[in-house]
Design a protein around this ligand. Structure first.
Ligand code: PAF
Length: 279
């Protein structure tokens, strides 16, 4: 059984012991409802540092939609069993009041890279992410932290804040884990109906096809429009964005002339799915 720590004081005490013994510490921040994508991060951490903490905290500050926060799956027992198979050292699963006690008044806000795409469609989301991630780094005193590339923009925001605040944690971005049909693993996939689950991988395949066309030098506007049509034609209800951006700063691109990322967010069956791939 993996030890579950519910308070900041308990986590700090455990971390203090590990540090005193000279151990390196890794953290895998999650919101729970763990799937193979999370487990691959935990396995990478297990192989990379002496002590691994997986944090499980559905962070209210990063939800701009109260309904989404309410519906977010909370499956601590099942998550702990899965993490037991990886052999992590501790789970930190605090209540919101433990992370944000009365009087809490600080927000970490990363400008620039956090503003387009997810930032534009989910106001306040990255302030919530940056604030909680900074706190988790502080509480765990982690030497290394693992994040998934599925949340590509989040990864860039975290890299920016670590550089800007001179945090000593090394951030590792791990490849997106996909089902055999291409769908990126996400805790939200469980909310798709059987029919929608069949449609969902078309987002990834539209991105793949567009990436190929962009590399072949086809006109960017046309390629992106075709990809949007393919996603809607496959049965998605709405696209929030499907764009080519510079890989690190996420600046808009009118031509493919620098390392780039294709990123998309779209709605299917009442579920918001995101995905991205390198070009
Ligand atoms: O990617 C997530 O699950 C969350 O945004 C994170 C990094 C755990 C912060 O709450």
């Amino acid at each position: 059984m993996v030890e579950i720590l519910r308070t900041v004081a308990a986590l700090k005490a455990r971390v203090q012991e590990w540090k005193a013994a000279g151990a390196s510490i890794g953290v895998v921040p999650t919101m729970g409802a763990l799937h193979d994508g999370h487990l691959s991060l935990a396995r990478a951490a297990r192989a990379g540092v002496d002590r691994v903490v997986v944090t499980i905290f559905v962070n209210p500050k990063q939800f701009n939609n109260p309904d989404d926060l309410k519906k977010y799956p909370r499956t601590l027992e099942a998550d702990a069993a899965l993490l037991g198979t990886v052999g992590v050292d501790a789970i930190f699963a605090p209540d919101p009041a433990e992370v944000y006690p009365p009087g809490f008044a600080t927000t970490i806000s990363v400008s620039g890279v956090s503003e387009p795409l997810e930032g534009a469609h989910r106001p306040g989301h990255f302030d919530g992410v940056a604030t909680v991630v900074t706190k988790l780094f502080g509480m765990t005193r982690a030497d290394r932290a693992w994040f998934g590339q599925k949340d590509w923009q989040q990864l860039q925001v975290v890299l920016r804040l670590v550089a800007d605040l001179n945090l000593k944690v090394e951030v590792v971005g791990a490849e997106t884990v996909r089902d055999a049909d291409g769908l990126a693993l996400s805790s939200r996939n469980a909310r798709l109906s059987e029919e929608a689950r069949g449609i969902a991988p078309s987002l990834y395949w539209a991105l793949q096809s567009a990436a190929g066309d962009i590399r072949d030098g086809e006109p960017l506007d046309e390629v992106l429009e075709e990809a949007r049509e393919a996603v809607l034609g496959a049965g998605f209800d709405k696209i929030e964005y499907l764009e080519l951006r510079t890989a690190a700063m996420l600046d808009p691109m009118t031509r493919f002339d620098a390392p780039a990322r294709l990123l998309a967010a779209a709605w299917l069956d009442g579920v918001r799915l995101i995905d991205n791939i390198p070009v």
